[in-house]
Each structure stands twice: as structure tokens, then as C-alpha cells.
Design a protein around this ligand. Structure first.
Ligand code: NAP
Length: 242
């Protein structure tokens, strides 16, 4: 296996933490950032010395993230992949969602990943070794849900971004895709009651929530396999959007 450098946004917990751990266990070098450090970040730094770097930063803080990305490249060589995973959710009907919250969801889930992608893409293009961009979107970008209007709009926006960016980068060996998970257990989905989770399970053709483990093979395929897949959103949702 050829070790590669992967940058994951929001790797401190939830799906991001599973992705970071999996990439490290697979032998890759990983950089991640989030606003707060979790104990797992220190554990991973100890378990994988020299291959893991955590940086405390807000996804919208490009002036801080730029030197972090450059430091990663300096230490670990060419950057192979960016996984735009960090996002915040929503738990209110639109009429009860304050305007500043709407702006924060859009800034975190759309503006920040687009700016980070631009930053990383420039470096990938200079390296001339191709690369991968993977956006973690959601079934909410493909299907309607109460209380998730703004969140859904941001995920649909990232799916559209994925398609057009894939066209811009196609001649340069850079594949751009999105994975749209169904609901899985994490802090973000902890606002769902056991009753709501049961309803989601009942309405899912496979009768189960998505798990991190079920997302990993799809992520590996899109990041580390020589495929001709680009511009796609792949739903991993037990058939909910089929
Ligand atoms: N959970 C679900 O059911 C579900 C379903 C479909 C898709 N998704 C998508 O899957 C991805 C991961 O979700 P998750 O459930 O694992 O979320 P999570 O448990 O809430 O974790 C989110 C991660 O992003 C970081 N983050 C959030 N806002 C940030 C900011 N402004 N700057 C930097 N880092 C930030 C968080 O750390 P800090 O808070 O410390 O910054 C954390 O590391 C998201 O894109 C989400 O939309 C989730």
C-alpha cells in the first residue's frame, strides 16, 4: 500500500473521527481540524506518531487553515485527498430558525468547504499528481424532511458543487464525488428521539440505520481506488432515496 496524505474536516468526533481512525489504521497520514479537541485526538497522536495532526480551528477560519494545510504538505508530501465532513445540523422548522442560525449553517456547511476545497485544489493542481475531493452530504439533499430545510439546502448545494467541480478538474486526474449517508448515530443525530429513530428504521427498505462501518468501503473506493467515477453523489441509506 502506498501511504497518502488525507485532510478531513471535523475529524474530532462522529463520522469524521471514524474516517480519521480508519485512514490511519490503513497506513495513511491524516490531518484534521475541529473547533474543539477531543481525547481521541491525543490518543491517535500517540498511537500513530508522525502520521497524525490535529489543529483546533473553525472551518471558516481560512487564514489559520492555510498554514495548517501547507505544514501538512511540507511534512507529509503531496496531498492526495480532501474530505469535507464538518457540518452542523438543524432542529427547527424554518419559521422557528433564527436568521443568524440560518447564516451559520450555510457558512459552515457550504461556504467553508467550498473555500477549503479551493485552497486544497490549488495545491493539488500545482502538484500535478491528481487527487480526490469527497464531500459528505446527506440524504436530506435528495429528499425532504421536517425541521431540516436549511441543512437540506446546504447538502443539496454541496451535491451541485460536486457535479460542477468534477467537470472543472476532470482533465487533471482529480476525481470529485459525494457520499450521502442516511441517518447514523452521532452527536448531530442525537436530537432524534428513540421514536423518531424507530420510524426512520421502519421507513428504510433495509430496516436499519446506516453505520460508519457501512460507509467506509464506499469512501475507500472513492478515495483510494483507480475508478472512473466523478461528479457523483452516492447514497448509502438502506434504499431510502431509491
Ligand atoms: N449524523 C447523521 O445522521 C448524518 C446523516 C447524513 C449525513 N451526515 C453528515 O455527516 C457528516 C458528519 O456528521 P456527524 O453526524 O459525524 O456530525 P458530528 O458528530 O456533529 O461531528 C461534526 C464534526 O464537525 C466538526 N465541526 C462542526 N462545525 C465545525 C466548524 N464550524 N469548524 C470546524 N469543525 C466543525 C465538529 O467538531 P467541533 O464541534 O468541535 O467543531 C465535529 O468534529 C456531516 O457532514 C453531516 O452533515 C450526518
Amino acid at each position: 500500500m502506498n501511504p497518502k496524505l488525507v485532510l478531513v474536516s471535523g475529524g474530532s468526533r462522529g463520522l469524521g473521527a471514524h474516517l480519521v481512525t480508519h485512514f490511519l489504521e490503513s497506513g495513511h497520514a491524516v490531518g484534521t481540524f475541529a473547533r474543539s479537541k477531543t481525547p481521541l485526538m491525543d490518543e491517535l497522536a500517540e498511537r500513530f506518531p508522525g502520521r497524525f495532526e490535529f489543529f483546533a480551528a473553525d472551518a471558516g477560519d481560512l487564514p489559520s487553515l492555510t498554514p495548517f494545510v501547507d505544514r501538512l504538505i511540507e511534512r507529509h508530501g503531496v496531498i492526495h485527498a480532501l474530505v469535507n465532513n464538518a457540518a452542523i445540523g438543524q432542529d427547527h422548522l424554518l419559521v422557528h430558525t433564527p436568521p443568524d442560525m440560518i447564516e451559520r449553517i450555510i457558512a459552515t456547511n457550504v461556504t467553508a468547504p467550498i473555500l477549503l476545497t479551493r485552497l486544497v485544489l490549488k495545491r493539488m493542481l500545482l502538484q500535478s499528481e491528481g487527487g480526490r475531493v469527497l464531500n459528505i452530504t446527506s440524504i436530506c439533499g435528495l429528499k425532504g424532511y421536517n425541521g431540516l430545510t436549511v441543512y437540506s439546502a446546504t447538502k443539496g448545494a454541496m451535491d451541485a458543487f460536486t457535479r460542477s467541480l468534477a467537470h472543472e478538474t476532470s482533465g487533471r486526474g482529480i476525481l470529485v464525488n459525494a457520499v450521502a449517508p442516511g441517518f447514523f448515530e452521532s452527536e448531530m443525530s442525537s436530537v432524534l428521539s428513540p421514536d423518531q429513530l424507530d420510524t426512520i428504521k421502519r421507513r428504510t427498505p433495509t430496516r436499519q440505520l446506516t453505520t460508519d462501518a457501512q460507509l467506509l468501503p464506499v469512501v475507500d473506493l472513492l478515495l483510494f481506488t483507480d475508478t472512473n467515477i466523478t461528479g457523483q453523489t452516492i447514497a448509502v441509506d438502506g434504499g431510502v432515496t431509491s
